[in-house]
Design a protein around this ligand. Structure first.
Ligand SMILES: N[C@@H](CCC(=O)N[C@@H](CS)C(=O)NCC(=O)O)C(=O)O
Length: 227
């Protein structure tokens, strides 16, 4: 990509910010240079300071600066992955095959816009002790339903590609599922073969280790994410 391109990724607490983790692990794993702009969550103000970089007051956001063009900031993790994939086609963030690419995009969209049971009851928490949650039957059933569907996606994709990632090599769809690995593990949601295989692939990525190490050093506690 052109040397005049400058990318700044706005993220928040690595222990908790699952949406920040997605583009971050994708860009790191694909060796795409960016400046990390870290902001701490501030529950008390509803993260009022996030307005400095995004009208949504949410992380992640990607600021794109290109010579001769107005800087632009893109919000929404999936849109960030898409623009990065277009800026760096050689990174192969989406599968080459048309049908695989369509499936990968569908699964990424399913993750982005769904799995509310899992997301609501089991927040990403890198330093959480591994232990099951004591959920009410309604919430527990919603989590089980999400786990089953996610494992179906993983099983079908890994069986077809041969792994280690869903479509062979690491891509945007794997970045979308990265925080799910943490949730399945920390809340002891499954002991399936497919989970163990995919977790191994994900957790051996240098980028995963770098994020996790930084997360474990963070002193801040966000009570609402301490399920
Ligand atoms: N749909 C958004 C979700 C972003 C999001 O909810 N980010 C959380 C942190 S992981 C956040 O900024 N929360 C602050 C808030 O909701 O006020 C995306 O895909 O980027």
């Amino acid at each position: 990509m052109t040397e005049t391109l400058k990318l700044t990724l706005y993220i928040a607490n690595k222990n908790y910010s699952s949406w920040s983790f997605r583009p971050w692990i994708a860009m790191k794993t694909k060796n795409i240079a960016f400046t990390e702009h870290f902001l701490q969550f501030d529950e008390a103000t509803g993260h009022a300071h996030f307005i400095e970089f995004s009208p949504t007051k949410k992380v992640p956001a990607l600021k794109i600066e290109q010579e001769g063009k107005e800087p632009v900031t893109i919000c929404e993790s999936l849109a960030i992955l898409e623009v990065v994939a277009e800026l760096f086609p050689e990174a192969g963030l989406w599968p080459e095959d048309l049908i695989d690419r369509a499936k990968a995009r569908a699964y990424a969209a399913e993750m982005h816009g769904g799995f509310f049971g899992l997301r609501g009851s089991c927040p990403m928490n890198m330093r959480r002790e591994i232990k099951p949650l004591d959920l009410d039957p309604y919430s527990a059933a919603a989590v089980v339903k999400n786990v089953e569907r996610i494992e179906q996606i993983w099983r079908e994709s890994l069986d077809a590609s041969g792994g280690p990632f869903l479509f062979g090599s690491f891509g945007a769809v794997d970045a979308m599922f990265a925080p799910v690995i943490n949730r399945f593990e920390k809340y002891a949601l499954t002991d399936s073969e497919v989970f163990h295989a995919y977790r191994f692939a994900m957790k051996t990525l240098p980028a995963w280790k770098e994020w996790e190490e930084a997360a474990l050093k963070e002193p801040w506690v966000v009570e609402e994410d301490e399920a």
